[in-house]
Write a protein that binds this ligand. Structure first.
Ligand SMILES: N[C@@H](CCC(=O)N[C@@H](CS)C(=O)NCC(=O)O)C(=O)O
Length: 253
C-alpha cells in the first residue's frame, strides 16, 4: 500500500488533509508542490490533478482530490483511528459543519489571505508573463481569482468576507459553549476543517476582531487543537522552499 500526498505549506487546504494522515498514523510520502513557482499549473502536476490545485492524495494510483472528499475517503479506508463519529446523527452533524466551513468560511478567509499575499506576488509578475500564467490555470474561477488578486479585491468584497468570518467565529464560540468540540463531544474532521481554514490564524489575521475577548472558548479550543500530536506533526513541516527538500520523505513512517 502506498500513499502519496501532494501539498503546499501546512495551512488551509494542504493542512486540512495532512492532519488526518498523521492522526491516523499512516505512512505517506510527502510531495511538495511549490505554489510560489506555480507548479500546480504545470503539466507534470495537471497530469495528476487536471484542476491544478493542491492537495491531492494518491492511494495506490487512485487519485482523490478536494479536502473534504479526501478526509472522508481516509475515514472510509482507514477507520481504525476514527475522526468521524460512527453514530449517523453525530456524523451528519459533522458533515453539516464541514459544509458550513467549505461554503461559508474557507473562501472568505482565503480572500483576505490572497489580498495580502498573493496580490503582492501577482503584481510582481510582468504583464505578458501574467497573461501566460492565467492561460495555464485550468479552473475558470481560479483564473478570475488570480486576475482579481493582481488588480485588488474590492473593499465591498473584503468587508463582506470579514462579516462572514465574524459570523463564523461567533457560531463556533456558541457551539463550543454546548459541546467540547465543534460538532459534538468528539474531535472530528469538522474541528480539523475549521482549524485549518480559520481557527489557527484568525486572531493573527484579524486583530481588530479582538478574538481573545470575543471568543475565549474558541481560543481555548484552538490551543487544544494545536497541542494534538497529529496537528503538531503537520505544523512542524520544514520550509520546503529550502534547497534539497523538493520531494521530502521525512515523515514516512
Ligand atoms: N476545494 C479544494 C480547494 C483547493 C485549493 O483551493 N487549493 C489551493 C491551496 S490552499 C490551491 O491549490 N491554490 C493554488 C491555485 O489555485 O493556483 C479542496 O478542498 O481541496
Amino acid at each position: 500500500m502506498t500513499l502519496k500526498y501532494y501539498h503546499a505549506e501546512p495551512v488551509a487546504n494542504s493542512l486540512k488533509s495532512m492532519i488526518p494522515l498523521y492522526e491516523k498514523q499512516l505512512a505517506f510520502e510527502s510531495i511538495y508542490v511549490d505554489l510560489h513557482k506555480f507548479e500546480q499549473h504545470q503539466p507534470w502536476f495537471t497530469a495528476i490533478n487536471p484542476e491544478g490545485q493542491v492537495p491531492v492524495l494518491d492511494h495506490d494510483g487512485a487519485i482523490i482530490t478536494h479536502t473534504t472528499v479526501i478526509n472522508e475517503y481516509l475515514e472510509d479506508v482507514f477507520p481504525d483511528i476514527p475522526l468521524r463519529p460512527r453514530n449517523p446523527v453525530a456524523a451528519a452533524r459533522m458533515r453539516y459543519w464541514n459544509k458550513f466551513v467549505d461554503e461559508h468560511v474557507m473562501n472568505y478567509v482565503s480572500m483576505h489571505g490572497w489580498h495580502r499575499m498573493v496580490g503582492v506576488l501577482a503584481r510582481n509578475i510582468e504583464s505578458g508573463d501574467f497573461e501566460k500564467l492565467l492561460e495555464s490555470i485550468p479552473l475558470p474561477d481560479q483564473r478570475k481569482k488570480w486576475a482579481t488578486a493582481r488588480s485588488g479585491f474590492s473593499e465591498a468584497d473584503l468587508a463582506n468576507a470579514t462579516s462572514k468570518i465574524e459570523y463564523a467565529v461567533d457560531k463556533v464560540e456558541k457551539a463550543l459553549g454546548e459541546t467540547a468540540w465543534i460538532a459534538g463531544d468528539d474531535y472530528t474532521l469538522a474541528d480539523i476543517n475549521f482549524y485549518s481554514h480559520c481557527g489557527m490564524m484568525v486572531e493573527r489575521m484579524f486583530p481588530e476582531m479582538a478574538i481573545a475577548t470575543r471568543c475565549p472558548r474558541l481560543v481555548e479550543w484552538r490551543d487544544r487543537m494545536t497541542a494534538r500530536p497529529g496537528v503538531k506533526a503537520a505544523l512542524e513541516m520544514p520550509d520546503h522552499t529550502a534547497p534539497g527538500l523538493r520531494t521530502w520523505t521525512g515523515h514516512v513512517r
